[in-house]
Structures are given as structure tokens and as C-alpha cells.
Design a protein. Structure first.
Length: 238
């Protein structure tokens, strides 16, 4: 069963300035370190470590452990280890995000194939992590329209993540490292915009939002009391 939580439900959103810094700082660090150290791999490793340092710093500042944030940290650690074992190749570091988004995309698509949308499976976890209110999760899990919405969102995430992973692989093999640092991050924004547009269009044309509101009202409406004069049900009867 899902347990209620009275603590804050969502993490603060990143400002546009932080988004820009996430693109500019790694590129500047890479270019500067490449000139100083003269080593492409070392410069790329330090540049790609900047977002990981930021994640750790935010967890330390808020004094909250975020299990989801550990996923990119773990993937970066694995990529760095493979880089060291492979003699200094930059490909593991370039492909780490493609590995992550590709894994998410494939997992989403496989979950749809077996008729268990990944988002539906993960909803109890999101409630425990206070990423979604319990009442909203219950609405999505316990209603047919909620199940339909989870299928649509899971499919959209699966497709976008798979396309993103494909772009990361293509860029890693076709452009220079400095170009990759910028292009690989900028590529996500058109994908997100397309995903939001497709999701908005689907919600508008299917009427799923109105159905969801109706289902929410039905769940929040208390059951009517038994009519006076009706025969009481004998104890033990089903």
C-alpha cells in the first residue's frame, strides 16, 4: 500500500541560468584543461564531472539523500572506470548519457510490450520519494483513465529517450569532443519540446484530462448512507 507523506513533495526546479551554466561550464573547463594538460581524456573527464559535483553539493546543502540522483553518479563512475581500463578512450564518457537514456527508453518500451507500464510500477516509489502526492498516484493506479494516461506517458518517454540515446551515439562517433559537449546537451531541448507538444496535443484531442477530473470527483465523492428502513445485513453474510 502507498503510505502518506506530509513532507515536501517535489524538488525545486532548476532556473534557466543553471541550465545555461550546465552547458557553458563543462565546455569552458574542457577547453581550458585541454590547453593546460594537453590530454583530451583528462579534460573531458573533469568537464563531465562538473554536473556530478553539482548534484553532490545540492544533496549536501539540502541534507537530503536523493536515490534518483545517484543514478547519473553511478553511470559516470562506471564510464570513468571503463575509460581507465580501456587505456584512456573518451568514448565511454561520451556514451554514458546515451547508455542511461537508452536504458530508460528500452525499459519503457519493454514494459509496454508486457502490458505493465513502467511509470505504473514506479509510482509507489515516487510517492515514497515525495515526487508525487499519494492521492494523485492512487487516481492514476485505480482508474482506467489513469492507466491509459500512464501508458501514453510511458510510451512518450520511451520514444524520446531512445531517440536521445541514438543522437548521443551518432554525435560521439561523428563530431569533435568540444562540439559533442555542446551539441549533446542542446539536442535534449528540441526533443523535450516535441514531447511536450505531442503530449499536449494528445491530451487535448483525446479528452483524457476531462475524464481524469471526472474520475477524481467520483473518487472524492463519499458513498451515500444506507436508506432508512432497509433490512440490515445479517452478520457474517457476504
Amino acid at each position: 500500500m502507498l503510505r502518506s507523506a506530509k513532507l515536501p513533495q517535489t524538488a525545486p526546479r532548476k532556473s534557466p541560468l543553471i541550465e545555461v551554466a550546465g552547458i557553458v561550464l563543462p565546455l569552458v573547463a574542457y577547453l581550458a584543461l585541454k590547453q593546460i594538460a594537453g590530454n583530451d581524456t583528462v579534460a573531458l573527464a573533469v568537464a563531465e564531472a562538473i554536473p556530478c559535483v553539482w548534484i553532490v553539493a545540492m544533496m549536501a546543502r539540502t541534507k537530503q539523500f536523493q536515490p534518483i540522483a545517484m543514478v547519473p553518479l553511478t553511470v559516470f563512475g562506471i564510464a570513468l572506470l571503463i575509460t581507465l581500463l580501456s587505456g584512456g578512450s573518451t568514448l565511454p564518457l561520451k556514451l554514458r548519457r546515451g547508455f542511461l537514456t537508452g536504458g530508460i527508453g528500452i525499459a519503457c518500451l519493454i514494459s509496454l510490450a508486457i502490458r505493465r507500464p513502467l511509470l505504473e510500477v514506479l509510482l509507489p516509489l515516487f510517492v515514497r520519494l515525495r515526487r508525487i502526492p499519494e492521492r494523485h498516484a492512487k487516481l492514476l493506479i485505480d482508474t482506467a483513465v489513469g492507466h491509459r494516461l500512464l501508458i501514453g506517458i510511458t510510451a512518450l518517454i520511451g520514444i524520446i529517450c531512445t531517440v536521445d540515446a541514438t543522437l548521443q551515439v551518432v554525435l560521439a562517433f561523428t563530431v569533435s569532443t568540444s562540439t559533442f559537449l555542446v551539441a549533446s546537451k542542446l539536442a535534449r531541448y528540441p526533443l523535450l519540446a516535441i514531447g511536450l507538444l505531442v503530449g499536449w496535443s494528445y491530451a487535448r484531442r483525446s479528452g483524457i484530462v476531462a475524464e481524469l477530473k471526472s474520475a477524481q470527483q467520483s473518487m472524492s465523492t463519499p458513498a451515500p448512507p444506507p436508506r432508512c428502513g432497509s433490512d440490515p445485513q445479517p452478520p457474517g453474510a457476504d
